[in-house]
Design a binder for this molecule. Structure first.
Ligand code: ZN
Length: 146
């Protein structure tokens, strides 16, 4: 395994104790994003403050350690950002993970732990799944506000 032990620890910790994982029954099933190769499924909700910044990102679903930890770290990372800013980060994260952008995740806090996943194309889909979901939600939020 190429995973650094510390990174492995961060991923496992988030998957065992995910942050901002809540029941999101109010989010329609059409907005469930799935990764059939692994069996991960996720949906997200984005809450905005009065000032229009993201006050909370929540997720719900079932998935492997990588998709769950990616979702958990994502909810923390996007908090306090504007929807447009968060959307840019979501797109960049997916580009980095899929190799369309060769930047590192060095400036991404705990998300850096997922960098090693790029060596495993099947698992990249696990890591990017919650970001696809949040990308869709953010686009809807932005479209609704303009
Ligand atoms: Zn998975």
């Amino acid at each position: 395994m190429a995973f650094d032990d510390l990174y492995q620890e961060i991923i496992l910790d988030h998957s065992r104790h995910p942050h901002n994982k809540e029941n999101l029954d109010f989010v329609p099933d059409e907005l469930i994003f799935e990764n059939p190769t692994c069996g991960d499924s996720v949906k997200v909700a984005v809450d905005l403050s009065d000032k229009g910044v993201i006050s909370k990102v929540r997720f719900d679903g079932d998935g492997c350690a990588i998709s769950t930890s990616s979702a958990s770290m994502m909810t923390e990372f996007l908090k306090g950002k504007s929807p447009a800013e968060a959307l840019k980060f979501a797109e960049k994260f997916m580009d980095i993970m899929t190799g369309h952008d060769d930047s590192t995740l060095e400036e991404w806090g705990e998300l850096e732990a997922l960098e090693g996943v790029r060596q495993f194309p099947q698992r990249v889909k696990c890591a990017t799944l919650p970001w696809h979901a949040v990308e869709h939600t953010l686009k809807t939020v932005i479209a609704g506000r303009s």
